[in-house]
Design a protein around this ligand. Structure first.
Ligand SMILES: Nc1ncnc2c1ncn2[C@@H]1O[C@H](COP(=O)(O)OP(=O)(O)OP(=O)(O)O)[C@@H](O)[C@H]1O
Ligand SMILES: [Mg+2]
Length: 409
């Protein structure tokens, strides 16, 4: 007899595209049962700037997925990005009351690590443990059951602008959906593409999307640094549109079909037909000119990421190198440009574990959605403990997140 499986629904509201994935997740592998996608209207640089348009994009994607699955979608795990996202490393310390570390002690010490003074307009979304210290013993990944009198935790804390979180939840609610979890997109993307070894040795995942470039650094099995830049693929399209005086949809098409991140690698005799604005005749230009527009902008974005890694003091600690994902990672030549900028090994990654109707999520642009599914499945399988307090979606999320991250990082 077939076993009943929990079904999870991920909603990735990207600046470029809104995607819904419906999946059963078994042993960490999402088996996609249905999907829907719709061009996003209403986001700028990863942040909702028009509620009605965003709701419309969500409704379109949800309707498509519902039609395919022949079911109704009520609850989703949703991704959040934007350059209001901040990550910092924190520390907490509590006494171990019973002489042996319990689940309650672990929750208390993570609460202590998250208890930092934040401006009223920001909130904590994730507290990701890096290591525990029991008395003098550091480097502990799993402190449960250990004897001691003092428990400390080092953790990476991710915060976001409350208004941006509220707007995303509001758009989902208006589209008739409840939000079971809000997960920061960089965390989701990394979950989909990074292997345990890379996480351990040190790797930086860069999700190059349409409106944002999400950066997340792992080392020693846990998150060390995160950053979100408000520059990505749309900027390339805008540059092409302005530089070649071509309408934006044409610039987008030219970028995807003929673009390259390394102008020197494009044969000088290759030409492309460029549609003009205002009904003028199309022109024939060298393909190299297109690459000459793309390369400096792409180099600028990657250089900003590289500076961010230097500023965070992690650039020399990435033994597994750089992992590029997101739609813009499909750009021809991006790997060699990134190798030049970072002077480190680079790979372009798609979700590593995926089954079923994988088409819409199989490429680099699917990483966030697949990662959301994997995170949702882990949260659902974690037991809900006593001591979860508060009401509303986000407090429920936090309660569960502290559970699954314990096993995960
Ligand atoms: N073959 C390609 N070459 C270059 N760029 C591409 C290619 N395919 C897709 N893109 C770009 O990828 C971007 C979309 O990527 P993705 O779907 O990851 O973004 P998003 O999740 O909607 O946006 P964000 O995460 O930034 O909010 C677009 O800017 C698109 O032009
Ligand atoms: Mg994205």
């Amino acid at each position: 007899m077939a076993r009943r499986q929990a079904i999870h629904v991920a909603l990735d509201i990207g600046t470029h595209k809104t995607t819904v994935l419906v999946a059963a997740v078994e042993d960490g592998t999402p088996h996609v049962l249905a999907y829907g996608s719709s061009a996003t209207q209403g986001l700028r640089r990863g942040v909702v700037v028009n509620i009605d348009s965003t709701v419309h994009s969500i409704e379109n994607a949800v309707r498509e997925a519902e039609g395919m699955a022949d079911c109704e979608i009520h609850s989703v795990v949703v991704g959040l990005s934007g350059n209001h996202v901040r990550g910092f490393n924190s520390h907490g310390m509590v006494p171990v009351r019973g002489g042996e570390v319990t689940m309650a002690d672990v929750e208390h010490v993570l609460d202590a690590a998250r208890a930092v003074a934040l401006p009223a307009d920001r909130e904590v979304l994730h507290v990701l443990p890096q290591e525990y210290i029991v008395d003098e013993q550091d480097g502990i990944a799993e402190p449960l059951g250990m004897s001691g009198v003092r428990l400390e935790a080092r953790a990476h804390v991710l915060t976001a602008a409350s208004a941006s979180v509220a707007n995303v939840v509001k758009c989902c609610n208006r589209a008739g959906l409840t939000v079971s979890q809000v997960v920061l997109s960089p965390l989701a993307s990394a979950t989909a593409v990074l292997g345990d070894e890379e996480r351990e040795l040190g790797a930086c995942v860069i999700d190059l999307g349409g409106g944002t470039t999400d950066v997340i650094v792992y080392r020693g099995g846990s998150v060390r640094h995160t950053a979100v830049l408000g520059l990505a693929g749309s900027q390339l399209t805008n540059d092409i549109s302005a530089g070649l005086r071509s309408p934006a949809p044409e610039a987008e098409r030219l970028k995807q079909r003929f673009g390259s991140a390394v102008a020197a690698s494009v044969p000088g005799d290759e030409t492309i037909e460029v549609p003009s604005v205002g009904g003028r005749e199309p022109r024939v230009l060298s393909r190299q000119i297109l690459a000459e527009i793309i390369e400096p902008r792409m180099e600028e974005i990657l250089t900003l990421v590289s500076r961010e890694l230097v500023r965070a003091g992690v650039e020399g600690k990435l033994s597994s190198g750089i992992v590029l994902t997101g739609g813009t990672a499909e750009l021809d030549g991006i790997e060699s440009l990134a190798e030049r900028v970072f002077d480190a090994p680079v790979r372009v990654a798609s979700p590593s574990r995926l089954a079923g109707l994988a088409d819409v999520a199989a490429g680099p642009a699917g990483s966030t959605g697949v990662g959301l599914l994997m995170i949702a499945a882990r949260a659902a399988s974690a037991p809900i403990t006593a001591g979860q307090s508060g009401s509303g979606v986000l407090s429920r999320v936090r309660g569960r997140m502290s559970e699954w991250i314990r096993d995960f990082f």
